[in-house]
Structures are given as C-alpha cells and as structure tokens.
Design a protein around this ligand. Structure first.
Ligand code: BTN
Length: 234
C-alpha cells in the first residue's frame, strides 16, 4: 500500500506535532521543522531544534489493537533506516530506536478514545541533522554525527509509506508485528535495570507478551510483567 492515503501537513515551527495532531482526523500526518515544546514519554522534554525529524501520524483503530501501533511505528522507523542508509538500528522496549547503544529516535503515542475506537497519535522524533546537546551526547546520537547526509523529506516519505505497508501486513498476519519486533529487539536477552513508578529491580529481558508488555526474569527466578517503565542495560 505505497503512498496510501496519508495527507502530510508541514509546518515551520509548532509547540508539538502531537498537540497539533489532536485537531486532525485519522489519515493525516503533521510534520514540523522544529518544536518549541516537544514532548517525550513521562512528560519529559524532547529536544526539538531545527534539523531533526518531528512528526505525528494519526490513525484510527479498535482499542484492542492500539498498543501494536507503537511497535509497528518503531518497526517502520527501523525498516526505513535500513532501506535508506543500510543502518543496523535496533528497537529498545518499548519504542526507542538505538544506534551504537545510543538513542536515535523516540516515539510517544497518545490516544483519544471514543467507544471501542481510538484515535492514535503516533509522535516520532528522529535525530537526523539536529545538534545533540552536549549534556545528552552520552545517551543520544544523530545520523549526521554518524556520517549520514539525511534528506529529512525523503526519510519522512519513506517512513509514512513503510508504516502504511506494515499496517496492511499486520492486518493480514496479526502475529507479524510481534515476530518482527522480537527480531529487531535491542532489549531481549539482555540483563536490564528496570525502573517503574512502583518498583526498581534487575533481571533478564526474556520476552514480550501478546499485549506488548515486557517480561523480565528476576534474579530470584520469578517473572515480572512490565506494562510501563524505563529499562536500562545493566
Ligand atoms: C520519548 O522517547 O520520550 C518519546 C519522544 C517523542 C518525540 C516526538 S517528536 C514528534 C512528536 N511530538 C512531540 O511533542 N513528541 C513526539
């Protein structure tokens, strides 16, 4: 389903593409050259200076399929990076894209629910040609500093096309998203430090379940299901 019906709206500057996307129906994509109030997970700030890719894809789905969309978006980013730059990026649970053990892309999914349907806003930030602030340089990386000359517009188009293709594929083969996410995972098999709102512990990331939760085997052998939280390689 290449070029499948998404309308792309481009802006020079927005507070946040996710905030703008709230006013648009499914089938639209909001793109900004910079964000003045870029948002990350857990109400963190997302550094959004000129040069990076900041975009929100708006999709309507049944609520029960909503969680898969974030994984699907991460897979779409990974596939686009392979296709355009032959980069071996990996997906860190739940939805960061990692290159050389540093964060290249973050995804913030927000939803507006009505009955059994959800309008999902999938916000994607990719460090392409933006400068990474020095205080973040130990944990974040850009494509430019990795030696790639990125045409942001080309990457955005490829990503929207890839997202559309994967969305169709997932409809025909619902297990595809989980299988592909696991294949591209940065997290599975690693010893990790888990931080949630309620808890903090170490263990091995052994699987994700059908609801996209991360399964950790703790040092005492017990398995813990992580619905939301931060994972650090230990
Ligand atoms: C994270 O890793 O914490 C998620 C970061 C998501 C950033 C993107 S940039 C485009 C969209 N608009 C926002 O305000 N945030 C997301």
């Amino acid at each position: 389903m290449r070029n499948a019906g998404f309308n792309i709206h481009r802006f020079d500057s927005l507070d946040s593409t996710n905030a703008k996307a709230k006013r648009y129906p499914p089938g639209n994509v909001i793109v900004a050259k910079e964000q003045t109030k870029g948002r990350g997970r857990f109400k963190r700030e997302w550094n959004s200076s000129k040069g990076g890719v900041y975009m929100s894809i708006i999709v309507g789905v049944e609520i029960k399929k909503a969680k898969f969309l974030t994984l699907l978006a991460a897979i779409a980013v990974q596939h686009s990076l392979v296709k355009l730059y032959n980069i071996d990026a990996k997906i860190k649970w739940p939805n960061d894209i990692m290159l050389n053990d540093k964060k290249l892309c973050g995804i913030l999914t927000e939803s507006q629910v009505s009955g059994q349907e959800a309008k999902m806003i999938i916000g994607i930030g990719i460090n392409t040609n933006n400068i990474i602030r020095s205080e973040l340089s130990a944990i974040a990386i850009s494509l430019h500093e990795s030696g790639f000359d990125v045409d942001n517009e080309e990457l955005i188009r490829e990503l929207v096309d890839e997202f559309s293709d994967l969305y169709e594929k997932a409809h025909d083969d619902p297990q595809f998203v989980l299988k592909e996410w696991k294949r591209l995972s940065y997290t599975l098999g690693k010893r990790v430090h888990v931080l949630t709102q309620q808890d903090e512990f170490f263990g091995y990331a052994v699987d994700i379940d059908d609801e996209c939760n991360l399964i950790i085997e703790k040092d005492d052998g017990k398995k813990e299901r992580i619905v939301e939280g931060d994972i650090f390689t230990a």
